[in-house]
Design a protein around this ligand. Sequence first.
Ligand SMILES: [Zn+2]
Length: 507
Amino acid sequence: MEPVESKGSNKKRIAIAFFICLALICVVAAGLALFSVYNENHDEDSTTPSQKRPNVIFMISDGFSPSSETFARTMSTAGSSISNQTLLPLDSMLVGLVRTYSSMSLITDSAAGATAYACGLKTYNNAIAVDDNIKAQGTAMEAAKEQGMTTAIVTTSRITHATPASFSSHMSDREYEEEIADQQAKNQSVDLLFGGGLQKYTNREDGQNLFATMQDRGYQTIQTYDEFKEKLNMPVIGLFAEQHMSYEIDRIHQDPIEEPSLTEMTIKALDLLKENDNPFFMLIEGARIDMAAHAHDAYTHYLEIMQYQDTVNVVKQFVKENPNTYVVSVADHGTGGISLGQSFYNGTYPDPYMWYPANLLGQIKSTELMAQMIIENGMDTLNQTVLEYAGVELTSDEFELITYATSISENAERSLRTVLGSVLSGRAEIGWTTPGHVGVDVNLYSYGLRPSSFYGVKENIDVGNELWDELGLSDTMKQITESLSDMTFPPILPPETQPNKKYAGHH
Ligand SMILES: [Zn+2]
């Protein structure tokens, strides 16, 4: 029995040894596997920045004073208690202030304002990515494209307007928008363009059809909301209005809605950029925040700001999923001098201090559209139009003020929309100081990655330069400036030939 037993126990020992070996092999294999997984993750973490460069989302809220942010925050809870106010998406991103003056004035226009960021350079008002000597200057977006990044512009203005133009073209004067379109179409430094300004591409004074040019170069070209909703392919240009896109207040009351919103364009653009899977440089502009402030149209200004805030939320969500992304949001300048609280000096202080934001809530059309309708149908339709689209019954004093201001103006429609805006704002105790821009500092916001130097009060050109330096774009920008040194430009246009410059309403 013993040998049998012994044989049996030998078998057992062999079996036990076998299982121990197997277990050991399993443990070692599992350990190795875990180690290699750890190593992979560890390697990925430590090498990702050098392997895949970061994305850049540069956002510009045109004409957005710090007081515009306070106004929007307050409006968003109009009608309820002041203590109920909640912060807006931009509020948690505040890191500093930006000084906005141009090389010629404390008060910049959008061309010099955008050039300061795009090229890191102070220049004269109306200059599009050229210096004081009218020499072309390489932009960060051009440098990004040169280095193999994908580039994108999303705006609510004409795509040829000062801000997008200053990142994607070079011109002596912002008024040469057909030439700007020509450069955008032929240089192809931008892979995705969404905005307005179709007329500058397809219905031009020189008869060229730049959509045809871009199709020849492989761009998908679209111009309707229906086309926008389809599956798109890059490179792509989508221009959804002949001129600027509609104000959000007018867009949401279109039936059917004819254009995408800033937020929708941003979502679509980010989807395409994600699909493309290449580091990208994107400019997003809330362009008409500025224009509503020029018109003193407070409620329209508010809805433009809130559309921009929604877009900020979309961008924040993208960064949560793609943390290797720089996000900066700045204004080029403030507009209108909006303030909360106004009264006309009569020897006493207002007491109590009044604030009636809820008085704006009945407005369903911009003063721009109301003014167009009133001019078209006659001033005797003023009361009825304002009642229908602003929910306000004008007093006889207000009626007289509006008709008088309109009658003495060289540009009745422009005056009408602005004085109507002032009257409606007055009912909420919102004051405006100018139909133009102001020289106050603007807020600097950031999310995701940012240069460590982004705090305190900064020059607009340093916001650009420090960011482009950190992203490794500055040397390429200098090389592009060199390569453009032979570029020549038409003369700067004198103000009296330009209706926009002549009236105090230049954007
Ligand atoms: Zn402006």
